[in-house]
Every structure is written in structure tokens, then in C-alpha cells.
Design a protein around this ligand. Structure first.
Ligand code: AVJ
Length: 302
């Protein structure tokens, strides 16, 4: 299934690999390193927003029974939110089992009264939560501007699904990266230390282990640029030389300079995103932004 998805992407006229394949063990580590880069502002801006607005968030969100975090990764961000909101349950969902389980263990340690669960699932499929988690007073937490990886129609679909995970007493707390000066955006995805380049190339090493291909990551260079028409950062891998890549049952010729599209990271203007939330069934929306107006946290209620 995974294999078929990857191979079909590689065989397209414009070849692509889904960004979910960035996150093997090394890829997850490289992403953590990205979040600490001086150029990569989203993580620290969001963290500062959560810290600075903690009291206001607590006041608006009120009593929460369960925090659900799709794509929880190392569960670093949920820790602070759970401290602020003091829910009974936390459910972290991710495809990367090891990173998630370690994160959940650390969360249990830090907050022994919290009932924290790990659900290993691919979020492009449907989400099955443990059956004993009540429907009332759920908060879906989707930080990090992860929503930016989806094309707008899929992002809207995702918001509809998040709406279906909560009832009228629930809500969604979501982080969104906003449009800003192109130089700032592009530096965040093409850092001086080359960490994002390594992260991008590592997708080929991961693909090699999944489909048995013989990609040579050193033959591919990192490309990241802002596409103003689509309002998104695009990441690609560009072939340094013409080459043939093989895998069991097939292969493909890549021309010199040909690109594999590996990621989109959409930057939504606040009013645009608020319209999407309303369309997905969230009638009331509160927002917080940092003083530079680079990043937003939104609390959306049905
Ligand atoms: C995890 C999707 C939010 O788009 O900023 C960071 C991934 N890619 N640097 C982002 C990413 C390159 C990140 N998200």
C-alpha cells in the first residue's frame, strides 16, 4: 500500500513523494533540529504565544476533558498545553510509533495524574480513538502549522474531520503560519547550516527502505522557494545528473535538473483561514498572533 503510493507518485509526469515520508527515525530527529534553527521561527513563535497567552487561552477554552493531538510527534508541545488546561485524558496520534511512545512516556512522567495514550495511525486514513474516551469536552490540538502541508481543499476536509471528533462542547486549537516577507519564509526552509537540505534528501533514504529503490541522496539538491500564486513554500529535490533509479518491478529515468516535489507548506492569511474554519462547522473563532504578525493560534468552537 505504502509502496504503491510512493511508486505511483514517482511515476507521475511531475514526480512527487508525500511529505509524510520525511518522518523516519532520522527524519524525525532532523525535524527536531529544524525547530531549533535560528531561521525556523514557527515553533518558537508558537511556543511563546502559548506561554504568553496561557491565561487568556485557559479563560476562553475553559474545562477540557480530553486533549487530542493528531500528528503529536514527540509530544513536546502538548506538555505545555496540558499544564495550562489540566485535562483528564491526552490522546497523541502519529505514524511514527517510537517517537510518539517515548513522548507519551515523558508526558506521563511529567504529569502523573494525566491519563495519556498513544494511538499509532496514519492520519490520511480514518482516526479510531480508544473507546473509553468520552465525546464531551474534547479539544483537538493541531499545532506547528501542520495544516499547511495539505492543499486547501484537503485542509478544509481535515477541518471537517476535526469537527467530527468533537461535539458542541468541544473545540479546535490550531497553529497557522501566516504570509510574510519572502526572504524570511525562504530562509526558514533553506537554512544556512543545511539542516533542511539534509531533511529533504533523507526522504530518498527512507523511500529506499520502503520500496527497495536505489536513490543516491547525494545526487539530489535541495530547492525551497515561495510560490506567491499558491501562497506556499515548495520543497523539491533536483537531480544533479541524469540518472536511472531502480526498484523491484520497475524504475524511472530522471533527467539532469528534473525535480521531485516533496512538500508544500501553505501560508494562510488569517481571514482566509477563518473562513475555512466557519465552512468546516466552527462558528466561533478566537485568534492570537505574535507582535510581528508572523504566526497565529486559533481557537475554534462549533
Ligand atoms: C511540520 C509541516 C509544519 O511546513 O514548516 C519544516 C515541515 N519542512 N521545514 C513546515 C517542514 C521543512 C513543517 N511542518
Amino acid at each position: 500500500m505504502e509502496q504503491e503510493e510512493i511508486i505511483s507518485g514517482l511515476m507521475q509526469p511531475v514526480p512527487r513523494i508525500s511529505p509524510k515520508y520525511f518522518y523516519d527515525q532520522l527524519g524525525s530527529k532532523l525535524f527536531e533540529a529544524i525547530t531549533r534553527l535560528p531561521e525556523y521561527y514557527p515553533t518558537r513563535t508558537e511556543k511563546a504565544l502559548l506561554e504568553q497567552q496561557a491565561a487568556d487561552i485557559k479563560r476562553l477554552v475553559g474545562e477540557v476533558n480530553t486533549v487530542i493531538e493528531p500528528g503529536a510527534g514527540n509530544v513536546e508541545k502538548a506538555r505545555m498545553l496540558c499544564q495550562i488546561l489540566q485535562p483528564k485524558y491526552f490522546v497523541g496520534v502519529d505514524i511514527s510509533a517510537e517517537v510518539l511512545k517515548d513522548g507519551i512516556d515523558r508526558l506521563r512522567h511529567a504529569q502523573p495524574t494525566l491519563d495519556a495514550r498513544a494511538v499509532i495511525a496514519d492520519l490520511t486514513n480514518r482516526l479510531d480513538l480508544p473507546e473509553d474516551i468520552p465525546m464531551a469536552r474534547r479539544l483537538v490540538f493541531y499545532p506547528g502549522s501542520s495544516i499547511g502541508n495539505y492543499d486547501p481543499p484537503q485542509a478544509l476536509e481535515w477541518l471537517h474531520r476535526a469537527r467530527s471528533w468533537v461535539d458542541a462542547t468541544g473545540g479546535l486549537l490550531i497553529g497557522v503560519d501566516l504570509p510574510k516577507e519572502v526572504a524570511v519564509l525562504e530562509a526558514a526552509y533553506d537554512d544556512a547550516a543545511g539542516t533542511t537540505a539534509r531533511f529533504n534528501r533523507n526522504i530518498l533514504a527512507h523511500v529506499n527502505t520502503v520500496i527497495g529503490s536505489d536513490f543516491d541522496p547525494s545526487q539530489w539538491s535541495h530547492r525551497a522557494f515561495f510560490n506567491p500564486v499558491a501562497s506556499r513554500i515548495e520543497m523539491h529535490l533536483q537531480a544533479e545528473e541524469g540518472q536511472r533509479v531502480r526498484w523491484p518491478g520497475g524504475g524511472r529515468e530522471f533527467a539532469h535538473g528534473e525535480r521531485i516535489h516533496t512538500e508544500n507548506s501553505y501560508k494562510y492569511a488569517l481571514p482566509v483561514f477563518m473562513t475555512m474554519l466557519r465552512e468546516a462547522g466552527f462558528a466561533q473563532v478566537n485568534t492570537w498572533t505574535d507582535e510581528r504578525g508572523w504566526y497565529a493560534l486559533l481557537y475554534a468552537q462549533p
